[in-house]
Ligand binder design. Sequence first.
Ligand code: ADP
Length: 159
Amino acid sequence: MIRVVCPGSFDPVTNGHLDIISRAAKLHDEVIVAVLSNPSKQSLFTADERVEMLSEVTKGLANVRVAKFNGLTVDFCRANDVSAIFKGLRAVSDFEYEMQMAQMNYRMAKVETLFMTTNPLYSFLSSSLVKEIARYGGDVSGLVPDTVLSRLRERLAEE
Ligand code: ADP
C-alpha cells in the first residue's frame, strides 16, 4: 500500500494543484491532501473552508482524501503511515527551497519526497497570484475550479 501526501496551504486550491493531485492519484494507492492550518499565517480562507473546497473538487477521485494538519509534515507522515511526500515543481525557482525541505525531512525522519514537474499549462500558477489578480478585478477563470471562482469573488467582495 503506497500512500503519499500532498501538503500545502491551498489558499485556495488551483487547477495546478488539482493537476498534480490527480496525477499523484494515478500512480499511488492513496493520496492524502494535507491542508496546513497555521493560525499565525494570514489566509484568505479558513482551514475548514480550504478543506471543504478541496473535498468538493476531488470528489471524483476515489483514492484521494483531504485532511487538515498542524505542525511538521514529517509528523503527519508518521501518524498516517505515509510512504512519501509528493510535490509539484513549477520552475527552477521552486527547486532550491524544495530540495532543502526534502533533505531536511529525510534527515529528520527518513521521509522520502517525490517530485513531479508541473503541466506547462500551470507552471506560472500560484494561489497568491490568483488572489492578487482577483483582488484587482482580473479574470482568473480557467485557473481555479468554478466553485472556487465563485467563493473567491464572494470573499473578496467582503473585503
Ligand atoms: P505553500 O503554501 O506550501 O506555498 P501551496 O498550497 O501553494 O503551497 O501549494 C502546495 C503544493 O502544491 C506546492 O508545494 C507544490 O508542490 C504544488 N503546486 C502548487 N502550485 C502548483 C502548480 N501550479 N503546478 C504544480 N504543482 C503546484
